[in-house]
Design a protein around this ligand. Sequence first.
Ligand code: ZN
Length: 244
Amino acid sequence: MTPRIAVLSFDVEQDCPPYLASTRGMGEGLPRILDVLSEEGVKATFFFTAEMARKFPGLVRRVVDEGHELGSHGYMHERLDKLGFSEARRLLEKATKELRRYGDTRSFRAPNLQLPDELLPVLVELGYAVDSSLARYKPPFPRGVRVAGGLVRLPVSVTSSVLRLPWRLQRLIHSALAPPLVYFSHPWEYVDMRSAPIRLDCRFNTGDTALNLLRRLIRFLRGKGYAVTTVCEAARRLGYSVEC
Ligand SMILES: [Zn+2]
């Protein structure tokens, strides 16, 4: 039986790409997430774009200093599946170099969860051990964790906006999911975006409501006996030989 492991992860990028270019999530959202994680005593993975790391170095340092995992989310949220191989490779290298100024990066998540298979060996070459770009709800509908192309592939369980659904509905969803549970959301979801001119799924229950729901999820998972941890640590605890 798969151990009860749950992962919290945050894709650190501009607000609701590609619809907005603002970065309210950085100044307002990310510090609030870090405060909640610290209060709850939980470690998470933060997949930064190199662009956000460059613009907000103090926040990357805070993430690393507080014991969270720093992962890569590409250079500036480029769609890797829409780039040629050599351009994609160049940006992955550049992003990795930028992020490793702050600490080791062993985990990767592609922007929009779009990672062409041909880039798996590039990630291995760059020293990544875990990829979390697959999603259980998207083709090829992975049923669990597997090793492919030398990387441990830890698929996300549900899309990010699920974490903003009313709790009584969310609770049913979480209870029905099979471990390991892998959640992701974004700093901008913890900023009040309800009046922003963007599509509804980028707006509903953002801000304080999302923050309270995050806290509630952490407490719920603990109550169910889940160990809440980072992407890399989850792979290690599942028995894969990765160094975190
Ligand atoms: Zn993203």
